[in-house]
Design a protein around this ligand. Structure first.
Ligand code: SAM
Length: 135
């Protein structure tokens, strides 16, 4: 609904190793805006598919798949360059593993900074999980 308001032509690309969609989600009025890709988010064919779909588009990335350090590090390595300057990668559930991948990523990559101003609530599962592209 929010996407419809801020970017009427925007699309969601979602990736999962399992098809957990409930039948009614396929007939939801907004289903036409969602592309579901089956496979690992770090598989080379999936990454290539996402990059083809995202070409020339403004991209926001939300990482919420396998929360291990290694997997999140691979996702950051594969997808970070899709984000425009001023844009964000949002990483979910960081305390269960991803936070170390985030710290290593920003230490090695000065194009991204952790934006603590986005952690507005008293409690969050996205600790250090808002990465802003600054150059
Ligand atoms: C925390 S759930 C989040 C699901 C979804 N993002 C949501 O908000 O409903 C994590 C999901 O990641 C999927 N998953 C696990 N390993 C994955 C991988 N390598 N690539 C993509 N998805 C994966 C799981 O099947 C599971 O559905």
């Amino acid at each position: 609904m929010y996407l419809e308001q801020v970017s009427p032509d925007g699309r969601v690309i979602t990736i999962d190793t399992e098809d957990k969609r409930v039948p009614r989600s396929k007939t939801h009025p907004l289903a036409a805006k969602v592309d579901f890709l089956l496979g690992s988010s770090t598989a080379s064919d999936v990454v290539a598919n996402v990059k083809r779909r995202a070409k020339g588009k403004r991209v926001l990335i939300i990482l919420d798949s396998l929360h291990t350090k290694g997997h999140v590090a691979d996702e950051l390595a594969n997808y970070a360059d899709l984000v425009p300057v001023g844009g964000y990668i949002i990483i979910q559930d960081t305390p269960v593993g991803a936070i170390d991948a985030i710290h290593e990523f920003v230490a090695a990559n000065d194009a991204f900074e952790i934006d603590k101003s986005r952690e507005r609530l008293l409690y969050t599962f996205n600790v250090d999980g808002f990465l802003k592209r600054v150059k």
